[in-house]
Design a protein around this ligand. Sequence first.
Ligand code: 8YV
Length: 320
Amino acid sequence: MRRDGDSEKPCVLLIDPIPSWIVDRAREEFDLIVLGHESERSPLFTENLDRIRGIAMPGFAKVDAAMMQLLPNLEIVACFGVGYDGADTTYAAANNIAVTNTPEVLTDCVADLGMALILATLRKVVVGDRYVRAGRWTKEGFMDLTDSPRGRRLGIVGLGRIGLELANRAEAFGMSIVYYNRTERDDVSYPYYENAVALAEACDVLALTCPGGEATRNLIGAEVLAALGPKGYLINIARGTVVDEAALVTAISEHIIAGAGLDVFADEPNVPEALFPFEQVVLQPHQASATIETRTAMGNLTIDNLRAQFAGQPLPNQVA
Ligand code: 8YV
């Protein structure tokens, strides 16, 4: 069904959250239908299923086979993010639907937040802030000493673009690097471990920068956390699904590990409340790429990919 004032602009379903200024820019080129969440079924959506040629969405939105089957003329799923674990790439590939992402433009900001979480957990930055605000400095004096990153080993799970940038930052803070990947890299000299347990045993801080999805689901469970040990920290800037959250709650509450810095969770925005009482945990609302500069660049790239598809040109960032 065509609405009044519709032009010949290609119709794109946009699933929030995507910054408003990107949505405004996208409207200039596409006839947008906006959903607050992929599960929403607004009349505008349900009445225009056969007009939708593209989807723009955060990479974690669940655009599965059932969703894509609703859209007979779907050509492209453009993910706003480097991760595209929400899109069913198998179905997309089998049905000639392209999937794109926004790599590189977010690498620095995501690595920055990874480093910030390492510093925040080891140096107890957030604990210190609460300590001052609660008036404890005046009453109790200085707080307990903290852990220095210098001299500690950072174990990176998934040494891709973001992992490498995190490694660079950590080296500047005096940390040494070890890693585990699906395959060993031949372009780095960092020691390689063949699985997550061996890596956790070998490091002091275990940072997750690998993709989400089924291949890494619950990769970090009780055994890995036990191997990390009571002086070890877990940092997650990848996907919440990579960690068995029940095992993490146990590891934190029973001091099996020293602490955790977490930006991502399995069921966002729901964070396991069992973690809330623990000061050794630093929690963030999935904001590693959330700077104005990076989100603008991600939005522009998402639009570039959609535009290229509708113009019949090669896609800048096709992943499936
Ligand atoms: C989100 C991310 O996509 O790039 C990723 O994979 O997780 C983020 O950048 C972004 O938060 C979208 O809302």
